[in-house]
Design a protein around this ligand. Structure first.
Ligand code: TTP
Ligand code: MG
Length: 359
């Protein structure tokens, strides 16, 4: 297999950087984007100035407030972030169609064989960063390497506004010093298991054979064996069909009345339905998620032969699903609605909402 050239692009402090771009008085200051700090909100992200106080993503906003009461706290403006995300995706597609977005602010590009800029992945990455800067006013960091795993590691090594190249001969050395938690696919549970076995870093993994790793970690064992050697054959996949779409919300105070819960479910359901329709997707399955005040969590689903198209389609189903939970007798802290079992709207006989005239 020919040596590939992979770029991983990740925007710097994405939501916070957009807020600082749009309001000059926020620049140079600690800024936190997320839920309110006087409730159960969590930090989505924060500016680099706020990171100096120890604030980070997923931390309760109340904790962030204690660390830095003078920080500016803002609610996220998802519409604006989505618009920027579309802009950067359009920029990526100018270079190659092999683009795999991972979230609103990051994507892999496979630029193997791309003409121009001497075919240099580093020059292409620099050009992409320049384009992002010019068109969005924001900075991104780029990682360049011969596979996805190392490109993603590289994009983190020179943040913010970074560009870092890991050459093929350097790959194994980079993995050796990585804590196992940074290895692709190793989540908190696997990390804890590895640590119990004395595997703390990529270098420790090297001492284990494929069969030993498979014995402990099943099929993933072979994958970790390869990654430890800097090998990762996963292709950049440009069109991953969406399996589900959902939205959920945690309430500042627990809900006790089922009518109020149903209101929220309808609101969330309509939002998800709109998003699905905008993407030309129609769903056969509707699922609700209920987390009680004591943190127990249940889901209830209903699949039907006809797709859900309108708010009127989902309303009675949401009510029926809610009845199948303990919502009437236990207070509820979180509700969510998910659509899945998608078929493209065109297959279901619908015109896609944004279809262009067929001329
Ligand atoms: P990240 O790329 O992880 O973070 P970032 O872009 O804010 O900062 P960095 O410079 O370190 O890349 O996530 C991108 C966006 O996704 C982030 O701006 C907000 C959102 N996000 C959450 O909402 N919750 C989370 O827990 C994380 C990690 C990110
Ligand atoms: Mg980022």
């Amino acid at each position: 297999m020919r040596q590939r050239k992979i770029i991983h692009i990740d925007m710097d402090a994405f939501y916070a950087a957009v807020e600082q771009r749009d309001n000059p008085s926020y620049r140079g200051k600690p800024l936190v984007v997320g839920g309110p700090h006087d409730g159960r909100g969590v930090v989505a992200t924060c500016s680099y100035e706020a990171r100096r106080f120890g604030i980070h993503s997923a931390m309760p906003s109340a904790h962030a407030y204690r660390l830095c009461p003078q920080a500016i706290f803002l609610r996220p403006r998802f519409d604006v972030y989505r618009a920027v995300s579309r802009q950067i995706l359009a920029i990526f597609h100018q270079y190659t169609s092999r683009v795999e977005p991972l979230s609103l602010d990051e994507a892999y590009l496979d630029v193997t064989g791309v003409p121009g800029l001497h075919g240099s992945a580093t020059l292409i990455a620099r050009d992409i960063k320049r384009n992002i800067r010019t068109r969005t006013g924001l900075t991104a960091s780029a990682g360049v390497s011969y596979n996805k795993f190392l490109a993603k590691i590289a994009s983190d090594l020179d943040k913010p506004d970074g560009l870092y190249l890991i050459r093929p001969e350097e790959g194994p050395r980079f993995v050796q010093s990585l804590p196992v938690g940074r290895i692709h696919g190793v989540g908190p549970a696997t990390e804890a298991r590895m640590r119990r076995l004395g595997i703390e870093s990529g270098g420790d993994l090297l001492r284990w054979s494929v069969s030993e790793l498979e014995q402990h970690f099943g099929k993933a064992g072979r994958y970790y064996y390869s990654l430890a050697r800097g090998i990762d054959e996963r292709p950049v996949v440009s069109h991953r069909p969406r399996k589900s779409l959902g939205s959920e919300t945690t309430f500042p105070g627990d809900l006790e009345r089922p009518e109020e819960m149903l209101d929220w479910l309808e609101r969330l359901g309509c939002e998800v339905l709109d998003t699905a329709l905008a993407r030309g997707l129609l769903a056969h399955t509707l699922t609700i998620k209920v987390k009680y005040a004591d943190f127990r969590q249940v889901t209830r689903s209903h699949s039907r032969p006809t797709v859900y198209r309108t708010p009127e389609d989902i309303r009675p189903v949401l009510a029926a699903l809610l009845v199948r939970t303990q919502a009437g007798s236990c207070p509820v802290r979180l509700l969510g609605v998910t659509l899945s079992g998608f078929v493209p709207a065109v297959v279901a006989g619908e015109r896609a909402p944004m279809q262009l005239p067929l001329i």
